[in-house]
Design a binder for this molecule. Structure first.
Ligand code: ADP
Ligand code: 5GP
Length: 213
């Protein structure tokens, strides 16, 4: 058994609030963190690489993965299916590695209610304002005006689930939000449930204590 059990780190936010940016920064800060590459039926955006950003697949392949029990969670978002393949997550957690999920509130809820729920750290990212959220979506320049409008319409739906998370961060200054994220992760790794080796250490302390008596 490793000294540490891996955490399932979940980042959710309305689209454009900055969770992908924060996820990238967190993994650059600690390269041992694994990213859970989701499966999706949405088409790739320019620059997106199959197997790196998403596993892109058609609806039939997605549904068969779900019916075979291969998904830890799955949801329908913006007219497409998204899900987190289970096997890669379980293997990483068993090796004591943390896995980062960029998923919506439905996925977060399903993972929290799963057998791995106690090893979950969930963080919700809020934008400083709706005006700024809109500005960031346009600045990202990855979506058409139509898609941006759809994402803006859906943003309140996502924000309304903010209170189901362990932590909520307002992503105003990017550097400050990143520092807070690092602090949260550092603390969560020290939770009792994440330190399977701690019982043996306490037993050793007890033996030493008794020998001194
Ligand atoms: P999400 O993954 O939540 O959809 P992104 O990480 O893609 O959002 O961020 C959307 C846009 O906002 C990107 O262009 C990103 O560089 C920018 N951004 C993210 N966080 C901040 C911030 N704190 N201040 C200013 N711009 C930001
Ligand atoms: P995008 O199309 O912008 O990459 O993602 C759209 C939304 O789907 C985002 O809110 C993102 O967090 C969510 N999402 C991405 N992958 C998954 C997944 O595997 N499961 C769930 N439930 N949501 C996901």
């Amino acid at each position: 058994m490793t000294d540490r059990r891996g955490l399932l780190i979940i980042l959710s936010s309305p689209s454009g609030a900055g969770k992908s940016t924060l996820a990238r920064r967190l993994m650059a800060w600690d390269p041992s963190i694994r990213f859970s590459v989701s499966a999706t039926t949405r088409p790739p955006r320019p620059g997106e690489v199959d197997g790196e950003h998403y596993h892109f697949m058609n609806e039939a392949a997605f549904k068969s993965l779900v019916s075979d029990g291969g998904m830890l969670e799955h949801a329908h978002v913006f007219g497409n299916f998204y899900g987190s393949p289970k096997a890669a997550v379980q293997e990483a957690i068993d090796r004591g590695e943390d896995v980062l999920f960029d998923i919506d509130w439905q996925g977060a809820q399903q993972i929290r209610n799963s057998a791995l729920g106690q090893h979950t750290l969930s963080i919700f990212i809020l934008p400083p304002s709706i005006r700024e959220l809109h500005r960031r979506l346009r600045e990202r320049a990855q979506d058409s005006e139509d898609v941006i409008a759809k994402r803006m319409q859906k943003s309140w739906d996502e924000i309304s689930h903010w209170d189901g998370y362990d932590f909520v961060l307002v992503n105003d200054d990017l550097d400050k939000t990143e520092q807070k994220l690092q602090a949260i992760l550092t603390a969560a790794r020290l939770r009792l449930s994440q330190q399977p080796g701690i019982t043996a250490h306490v037993r050793a302390l007890q033996s030493e204590f008794e020998e001194m008596e």
